[in-house]
Design a protein around this ligand. Sequence first.
Ligand code: A2P
Length: 271
Amino acid sequence: NEQFFTFHNGVPIPKIGFGTWQIPNEEAYDAVTIALKTGYTHIDTALAYKNEENVGKAIKDFNISRENVFITSKLPAETKGYEETLKAFEETISNLGVDFLDLYLIHAPWPWDDIGKDCTAANIESWKAMEKLYKEGKIRAIGVSNFAESDIQALVDACEIVPMANQIPFYVGRDQKSLLQFCAKHDIVVEAYSPLATGQVLDSLELKEMAAKYDVTPAQLCIRYCLEKNTLPLPKSTNEDRILENSQLDFSISPEDVEALDAFEDVRAKS
Ligand code: A2P
C-alpha cells in the first residue's frame, strides 16, 4: 500500500507522522486535534516531551477509533534497565489513556547529558523488557531512536527481536547514508525526525528555487525528500495551515534533484 511502510513483523505504519517534540502540553491538545482533522493518522510523542496527557486526550476526544490511529511513544533516554522500562511504559500508557501502543522506542542509546556514553548492557536490559511487552501484545512494534549502527548491532547480537524502527534526525544535507544502508539490510524502518532541520533549512535560496520548480513550498520539498529516501517523515507544527501544508506531498522529486538535496550543506552540523 502506497500510504504505509510495513515493519518486518507485518504491522503497517502510516507513511507520515505528526511529530510533537517541543509542543508543550498546553498546546498539544489543539495541535493534535488539528492534525487528526487534517487527516494525519499517526502521532509521535514521548514521555520526555511532557505532552502525552494532552496528546492522548486529543486522540480520545476525536472521532476516531483506537485501531485507526497509530501512536508512538518513547522510553526516556535516562531510564534504562528491565524493571525501569516496564515502569516507564506503564506511565506512558496511563498518561495517554490507552491500553496499547503501536510503537515504543528507546529514545536514545545514552542519556542526553552524556551523549556517547556506553550503555550497551543497560540498553539490552531495556530491550528485553520491550520484547516482553511486545509478546504480551501491549506494543505492536518495538524500536529505537538515535541509535548508531553499533548500538543496533549490540541488540541484534544479544536479543531475540531485531528493532522494527530507528528514529533519527534526517533532512536535506544530512542523508545518513551508511546508517540507512545498515537499516535497510536489517529491514528496519527509518523514521525522520526534524525533517525541516527544525526549520533551519527553509531559508536556503537553493531550496527555495527547487521548490518553486515543483510548485511546492520549501517545507513540502523537504518532507517529500524524506519519502524519496524511503524514510518516514515526522514534521511538526502548531500552525493549522502549515500542518495541512506538510501533509500535501502528492508530487515526486527527480533523482537528480534528490542527489542535489543529498549534497546540501548540513545546516545543523554545528548545533
Ligand atoms: P511552526 O510550529 O510555527 O509551524 P522540524 O519538523 O524539522 O522539527 O521543524 C519544526 C519547525 O519548523 C517549527 O519551528 C515549525 O514552526 C516550523 N515549520 C513547520 N512546518 C513548517 C512549514 N510548512 N513552513 C515553515 N515552517 C514550518
